[in-house]
Design a binder for this molecule. Structure first.
Ligand SMILES: NC(=O)C1=CN([C@@H]2O[C@H](COP(=O)(O)OP(=O)(O)OC[C@H]3O[C@@H](n4cnc5c(N)ncnc54)[C@H](OP(=O)(O)O)[C@@H]3O)[C@@H](O)[C@H]2O)C=CC1
Ligand SMILES: CC(=O)N[C@@H](CCC(=O)OP(=O)(O)O)C(=O)O
Length: 346
């Protein structure tokens, strides 16, 4: 099978990571690459690490370029700022597979979308987090996929086994540290090297971060009841990676042994999510550039809380790897095709 893929937003961080993965995908041929302010530029000037594509020139992001006659794209990836995908997506025909790496189609509840994103809700597509209960069935054969946000990927994969097994009360506290690439490539004063280097700082505090309703959606679905989430993101002085420290009050009767047994069973067959051996803890350095997710879980007897910690690469499993994994499922390819669990160290 040859899958011809177009990438909109090829000049950005998510688009760049996606192209890195697609270049190593045995079934994919790379078609049109588009940008916005950088349309007309050589990709080599913007993404110098993607040597085989250095002489490709970015086109405008239009429906004609993405799905026009003669383009022959089987899949279109949209790696655009949130709020920009819907207008493009509605012009793409029903036969092409469209994978949105932005937020536009992740949420089911229109009121949540309006509250956290401040615009009209565009709709809801099958959710590209394959590991969640029931997700693979919805992705197989899908023509539209909404790739999750990076923090919801990390937090949901850490906590869903506890909720799916009924071990946790319906309240979760999530504190996660992210590398700066999570904020995208567009210049922002708080991301200047001199602001970020040597310092960690919180942002989006007090339940206002737009990933909160997405986490609530995922954990409530796993629990089968509404779960409240208190989420605090922090910025860490590193280019990539998310470490999510998640906790929830344990239901009566939970022990360290029963908790571990539930996680071992839930994650046993997952190709990308690895429950670490007891005593070993997730670290962002171990998943750098890889689609792997490290998870560890412990029962805090004094506080009666379940502590679940995960590490991902925000650009790989947190966006581009999740997008490729979803594409594989949608097209009937082996889910792991073109995706590595091998990191880079030190
Ligand atoms: N960075 C991350 O870790 C993650 C990102 N995502 C999502 O991926 C998407 C892209 O993020 P990211 O790559 O980080 O952002 P960047 O700012 O790095 O890249 C944005 C891309 O979108 C293009 N673009 C900007 N404005 C428009 C517009 N109005 N119309 C069309 N194209 C436009 C830019 O083109 P140009 O440069 O030519 O102006 C660029 O290619 C976002 O929705 C983000 O939420 C999801 C999970 C994780
Ligand atoms: C460090 C940092 O700023 N991270 C981003 C998350 C980016 C992302 O994954 O989210 P979307 O795909 O939903 O945009 C933020 O907190 O907004």
């Amino acid at each position: 099978m040859t899958v011809r893929a177009a990438v909109a937003g090829a000049s950005g961080y998510a688009g760049g990571e996606l192209l890195r993965l697609l270049l190593a995908h045995p079934e994919v041929e790379i078609g049109a690459l588009t940008g916005n302010s950088n349309a007309g530029q050589r990709l080599g000037a913007l993404q110098p690490h993607l040597l085989p594509l250095a002489d490709r020139v970015l086109e405008e992001t239009t429906a004609e370029v993405l799905t026009g006659q003669g383009r022959r794209h089987d899949v279109v990836f949209l790696a655009l700022p949130h709020g920009q995908s819907a207008a493009v997506a509605e012009q793409l025909g029903p036969d092409v597979l469209v994978i949105d790496m932005g937020a536009d189609f992740r949420l089911k509840d229109a009121a949540d979308w309006e509250k956290y994103y401040g615009s009209a809700h565009a709709g809801t597509w099958p959710y590209g987090l394959a590991e969640l209960p029931g997700a693979r069935a919805a992705l197989e054969g899908a023509k539209r996929v909404a790739v999750p946000g990076c923090y919801p990927t990390a937090a949901s994969l850490a906590l869903f086994p506890a909720y799916a097994a009924g071990l946790a009360e319906a309240e979760a506290v999530i504190v996660a540290a992210s590398g700066t690439s999570g904020a995208g490539k567009a210049p922002k004063p708080h991301l200047l090297g001199s602001e970020v280097m040597g310092s960690m700082s919180p942002y989006g505090v007090g339940g206002v971060h737009r990933h909160t309703p997405e986490m609530i959606q995922n954990l409530s679905a796993a629990a089968g009841e509404p779960v409240t989430v208190s989420f605090t993101p922090t910025l860490a002085p590193m280019p990539r990676g998310i470490l999510a420290t998640c906790s929830a009050k344990a239901r009566d009767g939970v022990t360290g042994e029963s908790l571990r047994a539930v996680y071992e069973k839930a994650l046993a067959d997952e190709p990308f999510v690895h429950l670490l051996p007891e005593g070993q803890w997730p670290a962002t350095a171990s998943v750098y550039g890889s689609n792997a997710v490290q998870v560890q879980v412990a029962y805090d007897e004094n506080a009666g809380r379940i502590i679940a910690i995960s590490a991902i690469d925000n650009l790989t499993k947190g966006t581009a790897g999740g997008a490729v994994q979803s594409m594989n499922l949608a097209l009937g390819l082996d889910e792991t095709t073109g995706l590595s669990t091998i990191g880079v160290a030190p």
